[in-house]
Design a binder for this molecule. Structure first.
Ligand SMILES: CC(C)(COP(=O)(O)OP(=O)(O)OC[C@H]1O[C@@H](n2cnc3c(N)ncnc32)[C@H](O[C@H]2O[C@H](COP(=O)(O)OP(=O)(O)OP(=O)(O)O)[C@@H](O)[C@H]2O)[C@@H]1O)[C@@H](O)C(=O)NCCC(=O)NCCS
Ligand code: ADE
Length: 291
């Protein structure tokens, strides 16, 4: 009789990175109360999104993230072959997402940001300091994918109209909203004893204080963007999500952004990027059992 092998099958580095990316997306979606975004309470400013759809969308992206990490490991260096492989896998991932959601755009920006970060993390798994990973991601984002379609996206339309930087430039600049605002705030709020959920809310708000979120600009114009940036600052100035004053400001911001139809989807994606990098930096299970 053959003995049962109860050893868990070791998972590859690419699989582990895909797990971490999907975990970051699910943690972002679950985090509550987020202003005007989909969370455990409801759909925020959205009529076509809900939490179950965000989860299904996140899970549908696992194969794309794994393939992106594998492409980075196969190529072994930053260059056009890897950039164009990521573009192709990203477009296929987006198509899979749209099949899962029945055509609703849940995670377009997240595929871009996390895709680049997953590839950058795979390239040098031992060099997992956030600033090093985002720098490698930026070098990838700066390369021109010859096969990328040039649609007049919502982001491109508001970039033309308001002269702002969008998702592409955020990546090309090595994610300043993440490394300069979100991650430092996450660490500050944790150190102040805010509790993990409040620390994550504070990280989101820190990103919102400054980001030119093209979703907000497209849906609610400059008035919406100002409301988002000033309102987020007011929560942090009042003591953050863990304080009574901050909580009141957060509630007011939620109401105001919903009334303006101003959903900060770009900031939400960057919070997911922040949570991914935080886990990578802390080495959360990246190497044990990985091969
Ligand atoms: C380079 C691309 C990111 C394309 O960028 P572009 O700006 O041209 O295109 P958009 O279609 O507008 O998508 C950008 C998405 O990025 C998020 N975002 C917005 N502002 C920022 C910012 N300042 N920094 C970082 N990220 C930002 C945002 O994504 C989230 O919001 C989406 C939901 O919004 P919502 O308003 O509900 O939905 P819409 O359908 O757009 O509008 P409504 O009709 O409902 O009003 C959701 O996707 C969130 O993720 C922006 O939407 C890149 O996509 C690209 O070139 N891809 C090609 C493939 C590729 O090369 N991949 C590489 C893989 S690594
Ligand atoms: N939680 C969320 N709600 C709405 N749009 C989003 N895009 C990414 N995360 C989102």
């Amino acid at each position: 009789m053959r003995a049962l092998n109860l050893q868990p099958k070791p998972i590859s580095l690419a699989e582990r990175l895909a797990d971490l990316a999907v975990d970051a997306l699910i943690d972002e979606a679950d985090l509550s109360p987020k202003p005007a975004l989909v969370d455990r309470r409801g759909s925020g400013a959205h009529t076509d999104l809900h939490l179950g759809l965000m989860h299904a969308s996140a899970l549908s992206l696992w194969p794309a993230f794994k393939e992106m990490a594998e492409a980075a490991l196969d190529c072994g260096e930053i260059g056009l072959p890897l950039r164009e492989a990521l573009g192709r896998i990203g477009r296929e991932g987006e198509a899979a997402m749209l099949v899962t959601t029945g055509g609703v755009n849940t995670h377009r920006g997240a595929i871009w940001a996390l895709g680049l970060l997953v590839a950058a993390a795979a390239l040098e798994a031992e060099s997992s300091v956030a600033s090093a990973v985002t720098l490698r991601a930026a070098r990838l984002a700066l390369l021109n994918d010859r096969y990328a379609p040039q649609p007049l996206s919502h982001g491109a339309q508001v970039a033309q109209r308001y002269g702002v930087r969008g998702a592409r430039e955020e990546a090309q600049l090595a994610f300043p909203a993440v490394t300069g605002l979100g991650l430092p705030q996450l660490k500050r709020s944790r150190a102040a004893g805010a509790g993990e959920q409040n620390a994550r809310l504070d990280a989101l708000l820190a990103i919102m204080t400054t980001l030119a979120d093209t979703c907000v600009l497209y849906r609610a114009g400059e008035a919406g963007l100002q409301a988002m940036q000033h309102g987020a600052k007011a929560v942090l100035d009042a003591g953050g999500s863990a304080s009574l004053g901050g909580r009141r400001q957060l509630h007011a911001l939620d109401q105001q952004l919903i009334a303006l139809n101003a959903s900060p989807g770009g900031a939400a994606d960057l919070l997911a990027a922040c949570l991914f990098l935080d886990r990578i930096e802390r080495g959360d299970g990246l190497f044990p059992g990985a091969c």
